[in-house]
Design a protein around this ligand. Structure first.
Ligand SMILES: *Cc1c(COP(=O)(O)O)cnc(C)c1O
Ligand code: SF4
Length: 353
């Protein structure tokens, strides 16, 4: 597919680019009116437009099933609103806060957990940013600030440098973490100048990359990640477990290996949140546990993400991976522990032979 200069931002753009059939324009315009649509040139180039079940296309091309909301789905699936003391801040855990600088993303994921709030709207006002920074400055327990959104890397280098510099100047803030999809969706955005803008002086900056399929780690995306890591910014990954995208052990393993090859340590595998109109993406937790069990032992320990569920209602994330340890006997600290082949062993061992 030829390279394009501009992002696709409407159902009509997608039809013009040959990514959706013209006949489905009216119904997909209804989807696009409900949930933001954007596909960058880099993402359009990754999509196999001939394959209707292409795992990249499935993540970004609107689908009429998004208009079906199931009873358990909710507008605010992980309860951000209940934990937002001032505009732009979500403070769920004692030692860290989210700072959402903008609702804009370069490309909108069809399964986005914040799909009711992301989209092409204005960024946080200067006044609101100042109040959010005051909130952080007044709370010595806040050790880490996570720039999220939206995608914080849509902001200019100058704006990012300003916010990171002001955060790094707060004595108790030791870590600035950036959650982004940008190295995948617009690799050219990751310049040495951007890496320098987000690197906190005398503090640590981490970048957490959201990617869900090994093909997203294209040569250009890998080079973009290398620009962060070479600048001294460690990287972690987050992946959403998605039906028809990465819900098989081989794809998931290839993705985790691709991260590790890029010097990105796999961090979280998220169970797909209960955002409206996303049930066609959701696996069962049992399926997720089986996938994670398959990775363990067969692939390097470096390739193991933690499978987590963000508990609806704002209660935070909990690990929900398979358990390997079962208590045994009464009163004593005895266990059965399962190895990676599924065989159970007593611990401590019953005898010394
Ligand atoms: C996910 C999340 C974090 C980060 O949690 P970690 O387990 O530290 O990655 C922090 N604050 C909020 C509100 C979150 O939703
Ligand atoms: S990049 Fe993140 S915030 Fe933006 S649409 Fe995708 S999941 Fe949502």
């Amino acid at each position: 597919m030829q390279s394009r200069q501009k992002s696709l931002r409407s159902a009509a753009d997608l039809a013009d680019a040959g990514l959706i059939p013209r006949a489905s324009l009216p119904e997909l315009e209804r989807v696009a009116a409900r949930y933001a649509v954007a596909i960058t040139p880099a993402v359009a180039d990754l999509i196999d437009s001939v394959d209707p079940s292409d795992p990249i296309g499935r993540q970004f091309i609107p689908d009429t099933r998004e208009l079906d909301t199931s009873p358990e789905e909710r507008v605010d699936p992980i309860g951000d609103a209940a934990r937002s003391p001032v505009e732009g801040i979500v403070h769920r855990y004692p030692d860290r806060v989210l700072l959402k600088l903008t609702p804009v993303c370069a490309t909108y994921c069809r399964f986005c957990f914040r799909r009711e709030t992301v989209g092409p709207q204005p960024m946080l006002s200067r006044q609101a940013v100042a109040e959010a920074l005051d909130y952080i400055a007044q709370r010595p327990q806040v050790w880490e600030v996570i720039l999220s959104g939206g995608d914080p890397l849509v902001l200019s280098d100058r704006r990012l440098r300003e916010v990171v510099t002001r955060l790094a100047a707060i004595a108790h803030v030791k870590i600035v973490r950036i959650h982004t999809r940008m190295p995948v969706v617009d690799p050219q955005r990751i310049t040495p100048r951007l890496a320098s803008a987000v690197k906190a002086q005398a503090k640590a900056t981490y970048v957490v990359l959201h990617a869900n399929h090994p093909r997203e780690l294209s040569p250009a995306a890998r080079a973009a990640c290398a620009r962060f890591v070479d600048a001294g910014i460690p990287m972690l990954s987050q992946t959403v477990l998605l039906r028809g995208v990465n819900d098989d052990a081989q794809t998931l393993a290839e993705l985790m290996r691709a991260f590790v090859e890029c010097r990105i340590k796999p961090y979280y595998l998220h169970h797909c949140d209960l955002a409206p109109g996303t049930s066609h993406f959701r696996t069962t937790i049992r399926e997720g546990q089986e996938l994670v069990r398959t990775l363990r032992g067969r692939y390097s320990g470096l390739c193991q993400p933690t499978y987590v569920l963000d508990i609806p209602g704002g209660h935070g994330k909990s690990p929900i991976g398979p358990g390997y340890l079962a208590p045994e006997g009464r009163g004593h600290e005895r266990y059965l522990v399962e190895d990676f082949n599924g065989v159970c062993h007593a611990y401590p061992p019953a005898d010394r032979s």
